[in-house]
Structure formats: structure tokens, C-alpha cells
Design a binder for this molecule. Structure first.
Ligand code: HEC
Ligand code: HEC
Length: 478
């Protein structure tokens, strides 16, 4: 789309990058830092609210791994879109810095799925800035998928600002998911399309570790052929090397600018403790799928319990108010009542029009925050009512009833072809959030406060300003 302000947008972005660089230099003088320092420890990086830590075998990131090698024809590697410092995905801010530094020529800027349309003109700097607007503004990649042949619905209208999408290939703008904390995945990809369970019926809740490895292998193969545009498939050895690498990464916030070290005084933040987190498929499932038949405990997040203790807080010196806020935010997550209604995959599946739940009803895996069984849910992120003008809007008509819905992304329905699956996505892992804005599958929430405000309005929670701020403090510390 022609935009007269593009050059000033470039300038604003350069200015923003400079300010960010200055801030990160200022951040080096951080007093009272007990956490490992990013300038000395290769496993620790800076992010907007503190420091992010990755736990990897032998205490190092093996950059010789094929994950970091360009395996296709366009110069990209997995690391083009999955970066340690951004929680093994990308952030919109970092993509903007990369654009400025390379004048939009870094391999992430490739028309195939980096651009708003694969046919976009990318011949000049200004053209590239326009062509990659979705990637620059929201950190999203264009996932091109066809409407399934046997779908229960037909694509009856397309409103694509980039004039490309059709039933043969919808443009679905999605955030790269973190290539870390993967061993706890109960679905792979936002719509679960790489979840591979060869020995079980589809959509069975019982994905196990072998299934995760097979799913990741299939995912990696498709990533090399698709994102990296390889003409021939990589060897099985290469694929298993990548899967080996990514499935041994654990990532979490380790240091918070307001609360200090996130493993101080017996609290359990940071990646080293996360790597030891107990998990099995169905653990603490809110829908009763825990194989141990233990009932669901809404106290899903227990990391910061010790910071609820006034005596501990009083010893916390300059971090006292920051730690108190994180602990209060954890309580909001674990106990603030949310009347969940209108969520396909949950209210309809349980036959309960209103479920009096909490954040943990859907984010039920203890201290991890994804759903402990595959649970594709429609919380409304792709609804037409939330569409911004830069997103394509699709009208789908039910072949049987003639009913029509509009959505920016049909989600799971692109896989199953089922009307009931329109708008369903997995709830991702909630660790290492601070480094990887924006949020939700389409990057529509620019900040964690935007995420919290979404829930507050979507479910009419009525959170106080303080509850919102505490929840953000807590989410930032994950
Ligand atoms: C051009 C950007 C890009 C490149 C390059 C890329 N990915 Fe991704 N990755 C994405 C996007 C976008 C998604 C989410 C897509 C979706 O869900 O539809 C994703 C999802 C994933 C997931 C799913 C995580 C989960 O929890 O479900 C894994 C694992 C992953 N990528 C690994 C890799 C590997 C390994 C490579 C290299 C072989 C790679 N990616 C290359 C953009 C990229
Ligand atoms: C009804 C189920 C449900 C409830 C309740 C719920 N979530 Fe979510 N959450 C999801 C789903 C599903 C997604 C992914 C949605 C998407 O992107 O389309 C998600 C995504 C998120 C994300 C974005 C993660 C990322 O990587 O982009 C955050 C953060 C989050 N939820 C936090 C919360 C908090 C905090 C609460 C409580 C105030 C909460 N959720 C309540 C289901 C739920």
C-alpha cells in the first residue's frame, strides 16, 4: 500500500533503535544485580524488563548446530526467526532494528513469507519497508495455507489489503512460536498442524515425548523446505541434530529490573529451575484428563510463593515493592475469578455456558502455562471485531446451513475443515514472555498490558488498575 509517511517511518524506526541501544548501555550500570550478567554469560541476554536466561546442555549454545546454518536457497536459518535473545522467537522491535541495520536485506526479509504478499515489490528500501510492514509492525510471518478440499465451509469473500490471498492460499499472519521449552508441547504450531501422533487416533490427548520428537522432526523438515526454500530435503541426520538441539533448550526470565534476581529467597524463576519442572501429559488438567486422577489445582503458578511472605519481603531491600508486585500478580493469575463464556473448545466441550475459572483453567500446566493436553480454543483473537485494517479478513460460509462468519485466521479449521474449529488456537507456553513481544498468534497485543486488557474486556473481569499492573509484573517475571 502506498504510504506517504514511509520515509518518516524509517526515521522513527532508526530513532527507536538508537534509543533502545542507549537504554541497553544505561542498563549495564544496573546496581544490586545478583543474576548472571549478560555481558559475561552467553546464556543470559537483556530484554525490556530485565534478563532472559536459556538453559542448554554443557552450559553453552552450540552455534555449530544445523539450527544456525542456512540449509536452503534464501540465506535463512532457523535462527533467522528463532533467536535466543527474543526467547527463541522474534520480537517486532528486534526485527525493526534488523531492518534498519541491513536496509531490509537480512534473510528474514524474503518475499516468500516475510512479506505481506509474496509478489510484493522489494527492489528499493522504501518498497521493502512497505512490503514487510506486517513483519515490522507485528513480528508476524505469512503462513500460506489452502482451504482444505473437504472443508465444511467455502471461502465466499476475501478482503486482503495486499491483494494476494485466495482459497488456494490464505495469508495467515502468525508469530513464530518459541523454539524452546518444547518438550512440554502438547500441540506443535498454533493450529497444531505439526502434532504427529502416529500410534494414536488424531486429536487424542495423549501425545508423549516420542510424539513430540516426531512432531518437531516433521516441523523442522517443513521449515527447511518452506521458510528456507530448500530445493531438496535435508538429511535425517540434519533434522535430528536440529531436534536434539531445540528440545534441550529451556528459557525463562532470570532477572527483573524491579524485582531483582528471580531465584532469590527460595523463589523458582529462571531457566535452570525451569529445566527441572515436573510435567506429564494431562498434569493438573482443568478438564479432568490428569491420568493420576488428581483434581485440578488452580494454583498453577507457584514460582513466587516465597515472596508472599512479609518477612522475606522485608529483607529484600530495594527489590521489596517489585517482589511484592510479582507475588500479588501470581495470586491474580491463580485465583482471580474469570467467568469464561463463548469459548469454543471449552464451553461447548463441557456443556457449561459459563465456567467460573481463572487464567489457569486454560493455562493449566504447572509453572509452564500451556495446556497440559492438546486443547485448541477460540478465545476470539481472530474475530472480525478485532480485525485491524492491516490484516486480511476472510468470509467463510457454512456449506450446510448457509451461515457466514468473518475471521482473520480460521486456525485449526484450516487443518480439519470443520466449521466448529474456526478460530481455535493452542495456548502457548507462558515462560520467557518479556523478551518476545508482541503476543497472541497474530501479534495483536503489543505489550503484556494489552494482553491483560484483552482478557479484562473479553471476559468482563473488572480488574482494578493495580491488579492489572501486578499481573503484568508477574507475567514479565516468567
Ligand atoms: C521465516 C521465519 C521462520 C523460520 C526461518 C523458521 N521458523 Fe519456526 N516458526 C515460524 C512461525 C511463523 C511459526 C508458527 C507457525 C504456525 O503456527 O502456523 C514457527 C513455529 C515453529 C515451531 C513450533 C513451536 C511450538 O511450540 O509449536 C518450532 C519448533 C519451530 N518453528 C522450529 C523451527 C526450526 C527448527 C526452523 C529451522 C529448520 C525454523 N523453525 C525456521 C517461523 C519461522
Ligand atoms: C479460555 C481460555 C483462556 C483463559 C481463561 C486465559 N487464556 Fe491466555 N491464552 C489462551 C489461548 C487459547 C491463547 C492463544 C490465543 C491466540 O493467540 O489465538 C492464549 C494466549 C495467552 C498469552 C499470549 C502468549 C504468547 O506467546 O503470545 C498470554 C500472555 C496469556 N494467554 C495470558 C493469560 C492470562 C494472564 C490469563 C488470565 C487473565 C489468561 N491468559 C486466561 C487461553 C486462555
Amino acid at each position: 500500500m502506498p504510504n506517504p509517511n514511509r520515509s518518516s517511518v524509517v526515521r522513527t524506526r532508526i530513532a527507536a533503535a538508537t534509543v533502545a541501544a542507549l537504554l541497553s548501555i544505561a542498563g549495564m550500570a544496573q546496581p544490586h544485580s545478583f543474576a548472571p550478567r549478560p555481558d559475561r554469560d552467553p546464556l543470559v541476554t537483556r530484554d525490556p524488563s530485565g534478563q532472559l536466561q536459556t538453559n542448554a546442555p554443557d552450559g553453552r549454545i552450540d552455534t555449530g548446530n544445523s539450527f544456525f546454518q542456512s540449509l536452503g536457497s534464501n540465506g535463512r536459518s532457523c535462527n533467522s526467526c528463532h533467536r535466543q535473545a527474543e526467547g527463541w522467537t522474534i520480537s517486532a522491535a528486534e526485527v525493526q532494528r534488523r531492518f534498519v541495520a541491513t536496509r531490509g536485506t537480512d534473510p528474514i526479509f524474503r518475499p516468500v513469507d516475510g512479506a505481506d504478499s509474496p509478489l510484493a515489490n522489494v527492489s528499493t528500501l522504501a518498497a521493502r519497508e512497505a512490503a514487510y510492514s506486517m513483519l515490522l509492525d507485528h513480528g508476524v510471518i505469512r503462513v500460506g495455507l489452502p482451504i482444505p478440499a473437504d472443508a465444511e465451509f467455502t471461502l465466499t469473500a476475501v478482503d486482503d489489503p495486499y491483494h494476494y490471498a485466495s482459497a488456494a492460499e490464505l495469508s495467515l499472519f502468525r508469530r513464530p512460536l518459541p523454539a524452546t521449552n518444547l518438550i512440554w508441547d502438547t500441540a506443535v504450531m498454533w493450529d497444531g498442524r505439526e502434532t504427529y501422533m502416529p500410534f494414536k487416533p488424531p486429536m487424542d490427548a495423549g501425545i508423549d515425548h516420542e510424539d513430540v520428537r516426531l512432531s518437531l522432526a516433521s516441523q523442522a523438515l517443513h521449515a527447511v523446505l518452506g521458510h528456507e526454500q530448500a530445493a531438496v530435503a535435508p538429511s535425517e541426520l540434519t533434522i535430528s541434530e536440529i531436534v536434539e538441539f531445540e528440545s534441550h533448550l529451556f528459557t525463562a526470565q532470570a532477572f527483573d529490573n524491579e524485582a531483582g534476581a528471580l531465584n532469590a529467597d527460595g523463589v523458582m524463576g529462571g531457566a535452570d529451575i525451569l529445566a527441572q519442572q515436573k510435567f506429564w501429559v494431562g498434569i493438573n488438567d482443568s478438564l479432568g484428563n490428569d491420568p493420576t486422577t488428581e483434581p485440578f489445582d488452580p494454583r498453577v503458578m507457584r514460582l513466587f510463593d516465597h515472596w508472599r511472605d512479609p518477612l522475606v519481603l522485608r529483607r529484600s531491600g530495594p527489590w521489596q515493592s517489585g517482589r511484592a508486585a510479582v507475588a500479588r500478580g501470581q495470586d491474580v493469575f491463580d485465583s482471580l475469578p474469570i467467568n469464561i463464556s463463548g469459548v469454543a473448545g471449552l464451553n461447548d466441550a463441557t456443556g457449561k455456558p459459563v465456567i467460573r475459572g481463572t487464567c489457569g483453567t486454560c493455562h493449566d500446566a504447572p509453572n509452564i502455562g500451556n495446556h497440559s493436553v492438546a486443547a485448541p480454543l477460540d478465545i476470539g483473537i481472530a474475530d472480525a471485531s478485532r480485525r485491524t485494517p492491516d490484516m486480511p479478513l476472510y468470509t467463510l460460509t457454512n456449506n450446510r446451513t448457509g451461515q457466514a462468519v468473518q475471521t482473520t485466521d480460521p486456525g485449526l479449521a484450516m487443518l480439519t475443515g470443520k466449521w466448529a474449529d474456526i478460530g481455535k488456537f493452542k495456548g502457548p507456553n507462558l515462560r520467557g514472555l518479556a523478551a518476545r513481544a508482541p503476543y497472541f498468534h497474530n501479534g495483536s497485543a503489543a505489550t503484556l498490558m494489552d494482553v491483560v486488557n484483552f482478557y479484562d474486556t473479553r471476559f468482563h473481569v473488572g480488574m482494578s488498575e493495580r491488579q492489572k499492573q501486578d499481573l503484568v509484573a508477574f507475567l514479565s517475571a516468567l
